[in-house]
Write a protein that binds this ligand. Structure first.
Ligand SMILES: NC(=O)c1ccc[n+]([C@@H]2O[C@H](COP(=O)([O-])OP(=O)(O)OC[C@H]3O[C@@H](n4cnc5c(N)ncnc54)[C@H](O)[C@@H]3O)[C@@H](O)[C@H]2O)c1
Ligand SMILES: [Zn+2]
Ligand SMILES: [Zn+2]
Length: 453
């Protein structure tokens, strides 16, 4: 049994906490007694996902909403599930935490969500009125996830999340034709007619997460900013950093991501963006050029004011971390965090938005302490705090998420898309996944790419 599944077996033996007010471990719907089936993407083991027909959801609790999915996508976070970096997966779990759709049915106590209208879901499942939800820090909702392992490991729990392992409650996701949304009136935002699915979908995660990374780390007028990881999250964090008044942005990543950003980044800011390819540079303690030495050179020998991590902890660069990860001596490499801490100017700020699962070795706490560097865990982004404001920004054309959409694909091909996205093939940056319920493609969205007949 793989580690991801073993950890779930251990959780089952210990048992859940008693805090959750919604059913846990409904990560597929076969126990709900519905005979109708639907198409969905399911996790089948480390590095294996599959398109398959599974049972359709139905209303299980009186604040549930069943959404007919019209738009979905794949996230860098899904790769952590594919790689087995996030534990407590179970075979047959339906994945997908970013989706929008039309309401198919509602539970008896659902307020203000109407059958037939179009909504986007937040990636986290919030109750709407606990200590954290009152403060709009919905990603830390205390009542939707009762996983004991997460609490023991982190000293506290995140909210439940769609399609994101039993560690976050075990909720079925939206890479499917239908999805059950618990507390639907809290976790769905209505999309107005002037915001098509191809834009509104990204309120579920990418836009809220990248905006939060910039706000929470703190980017101010004239700051120079280094962004580690030039995927969709890093890309949009760059846009929001420019809107916050940044002077220069440097993206640290490799190909094909750097070229994608070079060609697609918001045109009004393109002359303020530069690039460092980490694969062309050395790492660790060396007299050769490194990401750190290059970042120092770019900014007066001192380094940028701010660094934001939009990569993840599972991507080791050197052999030492590769080995420690492989034998389980750590769950995450400290290489990118060390580069950020060492690169920023003294008293600079570093934010971590990329996913880190547990523990890391060789962290340069000396540089952090001696140089007064602020290291900020941005947390799972609290979508509810930002999504209304971001929706207004979409309506006013102040942000254009289409710049990060490289492909439009079909739900039928989603298993292929996972592997292509993982291998960064076809310069795949962020996809829009259509289902048989999707609306005609909005203006400016990429043409459909088919991977099977
Ligand atoms: N905190 C949150 O709420 C939240 C929400 C969504 C996504 N995320 C996480 O944010 C991260 C980015 O998401 P994404 O969808 O853009 O992912 P992605 O996988 O598309 O992009 C990650 C990028 O990091 C790059 N990278 C790997 N090693 C690197 C290194 N040593 N230096 C610089 N770059 C490196 C990769 O080449 C890749 O382009 C992921 O870890 C994702 O799970 C967090
Ligand atoms: Zn995501
Ligand atoms: Zn709550």
């Amino acid at each position: 049994m793989a580690l991801a599944q073993l950890a779930y077996a251990a959780e089952k033996a210990v048992g859940h906490g008693k805090n959750a007010i919604t059913a846990q471990d409904v990560s597929e719907y076969s126990s709900l007694g519905v005979e109708d089936t639907m198409l969905a993407l399911v996790w089948m083991g480390k590095n294996k996902v599959e398109m398959t027909r599974v049972a359709k959801p139905r209303i299980l609790e009186d604040r549930d909403v069943i959404l007919k999915v019209t738009g979905s996508t794949v996230c860098g976070s899904d790769l952590h599930l594919l790689h087995g970096a996030i534990v407590q997966m179970s075979k047959g779990d339906i994945l997908g935490h970013e989706f929008c759709g039309v309401v198919d049915s509602v539970g008896s106590r659902v307020k203000n969500v109407k059958i037939g209208k179009r909504y986007v879901a937040s990636f986290q499942i919030a109750c709407g009125d606990c200590f954290y939800c009152d403060k709009k820090i919905s990603s830390q909702c205390e009542r939707t996830n009762s996983n004991t392992t997460e609490r023991a490991m982190y000293g506290g729990r995140t909210a439940g999340m769609f399609g994101y392992s039993h560690l976050t409650g075990g909720f079925a996701g939206g890479q499917a034709e239908y999805v059950r949304v618990p507390y639907g009136d809290v976790n769905l935002l209505e999309l107005p007619d002037d915001v098509p699915d191809e834009k509104g979908l990204y309120l579920s995660d990418v836009l809220a997460t990248s905006y939060h990374a910039v706000q929470d780390t703190g980017v101010y007028e004239n700051d120079n900013v280094a962004i580690f990881g030039a995927g969709p999250i890093g890309h949009m964090a760059g846009v929001f950093a420019m809107q916050a008044g940044a002077q220069q942005i440097v993206f640290v990543d490799t190909e094909p991501r750097l070229s994608y950003i070079r060609d697609h980044f918001a045109p009004e800011y393109r002359d303020k963006v530069s690039f460092l390819d980490f694969k062309q540079l050395s790492s660790g303690i060396t007299s050769s050029e490194t990401v750190v030495s290059q970042l120092k050179k770019l900014f007066d020998g001192r380094g940028p004011d701010v660094a934001i991590e939009c990569a993840a902890g599972e991507y080791a660069k050197g052999w030492a971390h590769w080995l420690e990860l492989a034998v389980g001596a750590e769950t995450d490499t400290s290489e990118i965090i060390n580069e950020m801490v060492e690169a920023v100017r003294s008293y600079g700020r570093c934010g971590i938005t990329g996913i880190y699962a547990g523990y890391t070795n060789h962290f340069n706490v000396g540089s952090l302490m001696q140089r007064g560097v602020r290291l900020i865990g941005n947390g799972q982004a609290p979508v509810h705090k930002y999504w209304q404001g971001l929706l207004a920004a979409l309506q006013n054309n102040e942000i254009d998420p289409l710049q990060m959409i490289s492909h439009r694909v079909r739900l039928e091909d989603l298993d292929q898309v996972y592997y292509k996205f993982e291998a960064r093939q076809d310069a795949m940056h962020k996809v829009f996944v259509e289902t048989r319920f999707s609306f005609p493609a909005a203006e400016g969205s990429p043409p459909l790419t088919r991977y099977t007949e």
